[in-house]
Design a protein around this ligand. Structure first.
Ligand SMILES: [Fe+2]
Ligand SMILES: [Fe+2]
Length: 136
């Protein structure tokens, strides 16, 4: 896998970083399985495994945003919902037997969008806000 979590993506909040690292791990496991040409059942279960963690993680961020009256909650949530839809769409493609190379290219593009752009942008802003909120 070409894309890894790095300190540059740290939001400064340990729980948020730990969950982001877990997301990277789950995406990595899924990409590996597709890459190795694992069976549809295996790929499907890894998609489910990833999706569950997205839901868990987004829920954690949503609760933190509510708790701190975060002003950008709506726009942040909209992006989360889009990722959940992306996972569902990619899962459908993955289990319909789309050629692995094509699927991997799409997954990698989605991953940059989900993990690098979102975490490096909106999540870092959220992290900064929450850290300031905790100290007021
Ligand atoms: Fe996040
Ligand atoms: Fe987020």
């Amino acid at each position: 896998m070409g894309i890894m979590w790095s300190k540059i993506l740290s939001t400064g909040l340990p729980w948020q970083d730990a969950q982001h690292i877990e997301l990277f791990n789950r995406v990595g496991a899924l990409l590996d399985a597709i890459n190795k040409g694992q069976g549809i059942e295996e790929v499907e279960s890894l998609f489910t495994f990833l999706d569950e963690y997205f839901v868990f993680h987004f829920d954690a961020e949503e609760q933190a945003m509510h708790g701190a009256n975060y002003p950008d909650l709506t726009i942040h949530m909209t992006e989360h919902h889009r990722f959940i839809e992306d996972v569902a769409r990619l899962k459908r493609e993955g289990i319909s037997g789309k050629p692995p190379a094509e699927l991997i290219k799409k997954m990698e593009r989605a991953m940059v969008d989900w993990l690098v752009n979102h975490i490096g942008g909106m999540d870092k802003e959220l992290g900064d806000f929450l850290i300031k909120f905790e100290h007021t």
